[in-house]
Design a protein around this ligand. Structure first.
Ligand code: GEM
Ligand code: ZN
Length: 348
């Protein structure tokens, strides 16, 4: 064999060893296979479970990473990542699958940073909250995909407009007195929401999530609450006003952790918009009612931000590797923000 050829083969092998993950769009069956593959490769620190089914009966699968999968350990914070709530915004779905493979691989490589992360945190990953919408968008493909094709669930409902509106209570209580957190669900909430939303609400209520991110596309910015302004009007009226939560400082810090660890988000100029530091208050961008982000904060105190990750909602397969490299450090650093700060007398 010529020297050149053997060098080439070695290089190929090396590349395969350092980059065994493949960058492709995953249809539903492929997504499920990938989750179970990770589960089988890292059986001691993972678990796959379903939080319910979509309108068309697809399972809403979650992959959990923890040193004790399936149990909450005292002082171990619960964290979640949610992708693909809008079926046609697909980058989050692919990034979360990459993240799952990366965590498992690096755990097996004994990477101390990842070992610590899995030891200290219980991580829940829902790569697709809207698997039905995804299949509609994916059938169109990246090139033809219209702006809205596949955004909604199979009943035509936008899931980020489908959560109970607790902001109205919050603003009322601010004015007239009353709690400003752990606001209760309305009595008839179950009959008013879609199956995917109901599954997520029950999920949020059954774990004490403290930090979370919801991955979207169509812009590049880290968006923090509130999404809904006090004087909310619909997007078409171009109404917007800065609507900070009582935890505004912390939310801005969390959003900046993501944008500055991201390859280019922090620069601010993206997709024709400008967001200083790559972050924005939701309502100051445009006011949005019944979103998932505000619901997390007002109902359970889970600090959720909404990450807009790509100008193009359905990037071509060839762009996935660059996107993964641009987001990898940010996805890990954001997760690391929950590291528990034990009182010193508890550290053994
Ligand atoms: C948004 S969510 C992020 C923007 N939030 C606010 N308040 N402007 C939506 O649901 O409309 C954008 C998206 O779909 O990704
Ligand atoms: Zn979206």
């Amino acid at each position: 064999m010529s020297d050149l050829l053997s060098v080439f083969l070695r290089l190929l092998l090396l590349f395969k060893l350092v980059a065994p993950v493949t960058f492709r769009h995953h249809r539903y069956d492929d997504l499920v296979r990938t989750l179970y593959k990770v589960r089988n490769q890292c059986p001691d620190v993972t678990r796959v479970y379903s939080i319910g089914r979509s309108v068309r009966g697809r399972q809403l699968y979650v992959l959990e990473f923890s040193d004790s999968p399936g149990t909450h350990e005292p002082l171990e914070p619960e964290f979640k990542y949610v992708g693909n709530m809008h079926g046609n915004e697909v980058l989050g779905r692919e990034l979360l699958l990459q993240l799952a493979e990366f965590l498992c691989e690096e755990f097996r490589n004994q990477n101390p940073r990842i070992l610590r992360l899995i030891h200290d945190t219980r991580i829940h990953i829902l790569p697709s909250m809207n698997p039905d919408g995804y299949e509609v968008a994916a059938a169109q493909g990246p090139y033809m995909s219209g702006y809205l094709v596949g955004r909604n669930n199979a009943n035509g409902v936008d899931l980020n407009r489908n959560f109970p509106d607790l902001n109205t209570y919050f603003y009322y209580n601010e004015k007239y007195g009353g709690p400003n957190h752990h606001l209760p669900l309305p009595d008839n909430w179950k009959s008013q929401v879609e199956p995917e939303t109901r599954a997520v609400i029950q999920w949020i209520r059954s774990f004490n999530f403290v930090l979370s991110a919801n991955l979207h596309g169509g812009a590049v910015v880290a968006n923090y609450p509130y999404d809904k302004s006090l004087e909310h009007r619909s997007r078409s009226s171009h109404h917007s006003s800065n609507s900070p939560t009582p935890d505004d400082k912390l939310f801005q810090k969390l959003a900046k952790v993501y944008s500055y660890a991201h390859g280019w988000m922090y620069q601010g100029w993206n997709c024709g918009d400008y967001f200083p530091d790559g972050i924005t208050n939701g309502a100051s961008w445009y006011s949005l009612s019944k979103g998932m982000q505000d619901f997390n904060y007002l109902h359970t105190n889970c600090f959720e931000i909404t990450l807009e990750l790509s100008c193009n909602k359905f990037p071509r397969q060839e762009e996935l590797q660059r996107e993964w490299l641009g987001n990898r450090e940010a996805l890990i650093q954001f997760l690391e923000q929950v590291k528990p700060h034990f009182p010193t007398f508890l550290v053994i």
